[in-house]
Ligand binder design. Structure first.
Ligand code: NAP
Length: 313
């Protein structure tokens, strides 16, 4: 029986692992087949405190992992296939094993949605990004494009005006989905223009983005437009499929938590982007992982106290 199982290995999961390991809970981290979370898809990270010169996303995650392992966290690069939180002990299955635990920390993150067009994946980190806060500063005085028409696209576009020479939103319809206030800010900004009724069909470039193939769906015209960066902001999907029906989710599909760490199941805690649709930063996820591990430890202490008291009766 494990004291703590942590599902997920982004900044939230691995920070929870550092804290749980330093509390002698010997956490088992089910890290996912592709460990490390969204930072593994990023190049330079310049906003993680403590790295004045910046650090590559994957290098940062290797350091998180080594730090957790140094204190005794056991990390397995496996995907969780199913869970049973309705019975005690809590149980978690992977393809070839079943683990039981007193507490579980869910830190499975969220995945950016991508357009799924040619060139997008190949040029990710070379002009294609899903995070303006992470990558916007690399495109000073450049021609920046943003795909999407919701609040995320509006927010990303407004943020990117600090860097870009121009910011062009490419939206598939003739009106924004974004809230009125965000839409008004976007539409009145001198650096932002919107290509309405337009979809990006291909990202072009050899070593980095140089052009976007854009189709006007109203008149069918296709044009290759010079571009230096494409920020895809068509929403995120929280990685909660495996928990549905057992953990309460909010209306957007994120794990619901009244206080930011606890869930509807006693002993199951949540941390990071799987619960946070608002901030979505490595540093906020790491903070959430710390809180979840401390709460799991407190929960285990209370459980032991209860067992000891019953034994004395
Ligand atoms: P969203 O509201 O679902 O908007 C997604 C946008 O991407 C829509 O405009 C959609 O087009 C477009 N889109 C989706 N799939 C696409 C595809 N395959 N190709 C091209 N375009 C595509 O997502 P979001 O903007 O991430 O916002 C999610 C939630 O977070 C919303 O409730 C939003 O209000 C909230 N949020 C709030 C703030 C804020 O208040 N500051 C900031 C960010 C997010 P259609 O319009 O045609 O569907």
């Amino acid at each position: 029986m494990e004291r703590v199982i942590i599902i997920g290995s982004g900044p939230a999961g691995l920070t929870a692992a550092v804290y749980a390991a330093r509390a002698n809970l010997e956490p088992l981290v089910l890290a996912g087949g592709l460990y490390g979370g969204q930072l593994m898809l990023t190049t330079d990270v310049e906003n993680y405190p403590g790295f004045a010169e910046g650090i590559m996303g994957p290098d940062l995650m290797i350091r998180f992992r080594e730090q957790a392992e140094r204190f005794g966290a056991r990390i397995q690069n496996v995907d969780v296939t199913s869970i049973d939180f309705a019975n005690r002990p809590l149980s978690v299955r992977t393809a070839d094993s079943r683990h039981e635990a007193e507490t579980v920390i869910v830190a499975t993150g969220a995945s950016a949605r991508w357009l799924g067009i040619p060139g997008e994946e190949r040029l990710r980190g070379r002009g294609v990004s899903s995070c303006a806060t992470c990558d916007g500063a690399f495109f000073r005085d450049k021609r920046i494009f943003v795909a999407g028409g919701g609040d995320s696209a509006a927010e990303e576009a407004l943020f990117l005006t600090r860097f870009g020479r121009s910011v062009t939103i490419v939206h598939r319809r003739d009106r924004l989905r974004a809230s009125k206030i965000m839409a008004a800010r976007v539409l009145s900004h001198e650096k932002i223009r919107v290509l309405w009724n337009s979809v990006i069909e291909e990202v072009l470039g050899i070593t980095h983005v140089t052009e976007l193939r854009i189709k006007n769906v109203a008149n069918g015209k296709v044009a290759d437009v010079e571009a230096d960066a494409l920020f895809v902001a068509i929403g995120h999907t929280p990685n909660t499929a495996v928990f549905s029906g057992q953990l309460d989710l909010d209306e957007r599909g994120y794990v619901a938590s009244p206080d930011g760490t606890s869930t509807n199941i006693e002993g199951v805690f949540v941390a990071g982007d799987v619960n946070d649709f608002r901030y979505r930063q490595a540093v906020t996820a790491a903070g959430a992982g710390c809180r979840a591990a401390m709460d799991a430890e407190k929960y285990l202490e209370a459980l032991e106290f209860k067992v000891d008291s019953l034994a004395r009766l």
